[in-house]
Design a binder for this molecule. Structure first.
Ligand SMILES: N[C@@H](CCC(=O)N[C@@H](CS)C(=O)NCC(=O)O)C(=O)O
Length: 206
């Protein structure tokens, strides 16, 4: 059976969420962060040389990296409906948002925290630009790839939700994003993920 190693308040939420969307049988192993460093504990780091969450184990395959895992699970375990293909009108948008989540948006949010910490505020602002672009996109379509939910929403979900526990942001200026987050929170798979992965926390949806 597929094993999903989830580190609290981390990008492995995506994988639990995906398994719930696909109704995949899986075993969830929850790990707490090291209380002193807030990093993954050593038993988590030992799972894969990447040393980061998420990690899944599927038979003899041990896989890390959110995007790779989402792609792998969709292709391997019946999630094609979450991956718009070349013939789909949302194909290019799907690819963009699927990769933008970790390729640009997560780094922008993290780097803004760093620049502000070092008072280099002139270098900050990339996260503002990312949220503005998200707001624009969600004023045009219901989901990131178009009018159907896709794996791009699972990838984008983390920077838009739980990441705000680390980098707080007032969502008042983003009405379309707020409506989108309400749609996410209405998905039974999202609620199931939250109940299993982060049972002590309130989801970061507003
Ligand atoms: N791009 C990687 C990022 C992985 C990553 O940095 N995960 C964080 C949690 S959100 C982590 O494991 N932090 C704890 C640590 O590095 O010890 C992915 O999406 O899998």
């Amino acid at each position: 059976m597929l094993t999903v190693h989830h580190l609290e308040k981390s990008q492995s939420e995506r994988i639990v969420w995906l398994c719930e969307e696909l109704a995949l049988p899986y075993m969830l192993v929850r790990h707490e962060r090291d209380p002193a460093t807030r990093a993954a504990p050593s038993d988590y780091k030992a799972l894969h040389p990447a040393g980061t969450a998420p990690v899944v184990i599927d038979g003899d395959i041990v896989l890390a990296e959110s995007g790779a895992i989402v792609d792998y699970l969709c292709r391997r375990h019946g999630g094609d409906w979450l991956l718009p293909g070349p013939g789909d009108p949302g194909f290019a948008a799907f690819l963009f948002w699927y990769h933008y989540a970790n390729g640009s948006m997560m780094p922008a949010i993290v780097m803004d925290l760093v620049w502000k910490r070092f008072n280099a505020t002139g270098l900050a602002g990339k996260a503002d630009a990312a949220f503005a672009m998200v707001e624009q996109r969600l004023s045009e379509t219901e989901w990131f790839a178009g009018n159907v939910f896709s794996a791009a929403d699972i990838m984008m979900g983390f920077p838009l939700t739980t990441m705000r526990m680390f980098a707080p942001r007032d969502l008042a200026p983003y009405p379309h994003l707020r409506a989108y987050l309400a749609r996410l929170g209405a998905r039974s798979a999202y609620r199931a993920m939250w109940a299993k992965a982060e049972p002590e926390l309130t989801p970061c949806l507003d």
